[in-house]
Ligand binder design. Structure first.
Ligand SMILES: Cc1cc2nc3c(=O)[nH]c(=O)nc-3n(C[C@H](O)[C@H](O)[C@H](O)COP(=O)(O)OP(=O)(O)OC[C@H]3O[C@@H](n4cnc5c(N)ncnc54)[C@H](O)[C@@H]3O)c2cc1C
Length: 328
């Protein structure tokens, strides 16, 4: 391991080089969407040398308009990200590298991240802000409608389809609770259980009482025009018109960078984090800004589950925790 020393030159006061001139960043952030950029802004404003590595594929990229986001209600996700990138990259010490991080290791107190293109970058700390991947069911038309008329969050997209004929994909307790939530937006609801319903008799009665139709035939296809749902087709050959389908696919990590670093994961494969977002690997932090209307943050750490159970937590984490920044 080569010896480190600090150089002070012009704006580059905190630039740290090794003897072989490899640049050592204070922080590498993998993922340069809303969470990664938000972390980068806080760190840039703390004069930290930051490298963001981003593959450019945020989870909401198919959504035409974002909502429920103050000052940006109705803007496209791409436009929000463009403005965010512009503002963050105004900070001299923040750099953005386009690419996909494939390998990460920690050795002798330094994190090294390798990209698909074969470049390797080093830093004292690492933030994983790579978001989550929604695993969409293999139903023809589902992926094409995702984020356009197949929706997961009524707070983000429910207003636009208020009082229209809406379908909900779900079963059992989850399907029942989702139907209850959606009844705030429309009285024309159908719960699609996609097979035999696992609802209790009380749940069935309550749904019936509120006019929620229960359809148990498996869903075989979504008929749509450029992502806008027209009909849902069922296994018995019938089809019904709907304006939107609400569904909550399972989310998974985009990559196994956390596993490569030996980070503890929970049973859902999300990074286990404490209240300060610290993972079990010192210097590694998971970070994400996805609030999905389920009373939880949707992110690469299990903080969303913490928040779900203890709703006193913040909805959006404003930046890396002080302990992360202070100890750099
Ligand atoms: C369909 C849909 C619609 C939504 N609509 C709204 C809305 O209207 N209003 C609202 O407030 N919220 C909305 N959300 C939630 C919002 O999109 C998320 O809160 C937000 O995108 C989460 O930000 P993030 O940075 O954590 O993850 P993402 O935005 O998903 O970004 C992750 C980034 O990491 C990159 N990445 C992944 N792996 C790697 C890797 N190995 N190396 C380098 N880069 C990598 C990805 O390419 C991507 O750029 C919506 C979400 C979805 C799925």
């Amino acid at each position: 391991m080569s010896k480190e020393f600090r150089i002070s030159a012009g704006k580059d006061l905190r630039n740290t080089l090794t003897m072989n001139q490899e640049k050592i960043y204070d922080v590498i952030i993998t993922g340069g969407s809303y969470a990664g950029l938000s972390a980068a802004m806080a760190l840039g404003r703390s004069l930290r040398q930051v490298l963001i590595i981003d593959a450019g594929k945020p989870c909401n990229r198919q959504t035409p308009h974002s909502h429920n986001f103050l000052t940006q209600d109705g803007s496209s996700p791409a436009e929000i990200a463009r403005i965010a990138r512009e503002q963050v990259l105004n900070y001299d010490t923040v750099q953005l590298q386009q690419g996909y991080a494939t390998r990460a290791e920690k050795k002798d107190g330094l994190f090294r991240v390798r990209t698909e293109a074969g470049d390797t970058f080093a830093a004292r700390k690492l933030i994983l802000a790579t978001g989550v991947n929604d695993v969409l069911p293999d139903i023809p038309g589902f992926a094409a409608c995702w984020g356009i008329s197949v929706l997961h969050c009524p707070y983000c997209h429910g207003y636009e389809v208020r009082q229209e004929s809406l379908a909900i994909l779900g079963n059992g307790d989850a399907g029942y609770e989702y139907s209850r939530l959606l009844s705030n937006w429309s009285t024309r609801l159908s719960l699609l259980t996609n097979g035999p319903a696992t609802l209790t008799a009380e749940q069935r009665n309550a749904l019936h009482k509120h006019g929620v139709q229960i359809i148990e035939h498996p869903v075989t296809a979504l008929e749509h025009e450029e992502g806008y749902l027209k009909h849902i087709v069922f296994s018995n050959g019938s089809k019904a018109p709907f304006s939107a389908l609400f569904a909550r696919p399972v989310s998974k990590q985009h990559n196994n960078l956390a596993e490569q670093l030996g980070c503890a994961l929970n049973e859902q494969g999300l990074i286990t984090a404490d209240a300060l977002q610290r993972s079990t690997v010192p210097g590694l932090c998971g970070y994400c800004g996805r609030y999905n209307g389920r009373g939880s943050l949707q992110q690469g750490t299990d903080r969303r589950h913490l928040l779900k159970e203890h709703k006193k937590g913040p909805d959006i984490i404003p930046g890396p925790s002080p302990s992360f920044n202070n100890k750099l």
